[in-house]
Design a protein around this ligand. Sequence first.
Ligand SMILES: [Ca+2]
Ligand SMILES: [Ca+2]
Length: 254
Amino acid sequence: MLCYLSFVSVVFSVLSLYAPALSQTDAQPSATAQSASDGMVLVPGGEFAMGCNESVDSECEDDEKPQRQVSVPTFQIDRTEVTVEAYRQCVNARGCSTPQADTTGRGSCNWPLSGREKHPINCINWNQAEAYCAWVRKRLPTEVEWEKAARGTEGRVYPSGESWDITKANVAEAYDGFKDTAPVGSFPEGASPYGALDMAGNVWEWTADWYRNGETRMLRGGSWVDLPRRARTSRRLGSRPDSVLDDVGVRCAR
Ligand SMILES: [Ca+2]
Ligand SMILES: [Ca+2]
């Protein structure tokens, strides 16, 4: 009996020694820690205004309407588009395949160009985008997540506000001076309500969803090729998953 009591007492002692450490390990990181980790920003869960509101936006396309309230759980999304430098790590580790050759003749696929390490990786198809996000233990954002990260809860037309501003995004050359892609995060004034950069312009971004089921995947955000209206937060575009375009890249979520 004495022996049993001693054993129980030892077990309790050991448990009490480890209890503080266990509770710290099991604790969820604070919102601040999450938002600061691994180049991502935190987007709190809850409802937001998704889609185009004709009363404030004259550029609404049919597939953006109507604006409605949509709810999404808390998630994190990369602060910037995935860079050439980051994608190269995945290729070197054999987690990703090499981006495909430029088929446009514009010479704007960043992979073979020197001095483009901080630019977004482009000329990757949907499968390559998905493989990269999986390799970094993330995933493609859903379309709903992407739009909330871009515009916040109140239905902003552009990530930084209601009206277009040439100092806040990389779109067609005449608007900002960048011939093709810009280094990611070149327009800090264009940040979304959660701090995500280049949600308007630079490169379109692959999402997890279909646009036309089984045929085209959803792209969001507009690019260096586009007029500003294509970089509105509610604009949608479908592209075949095997398409390789010099104005399409990716950012990941989790
Ligand atoms: Ca430009
Ligand atoms: Ca973008």
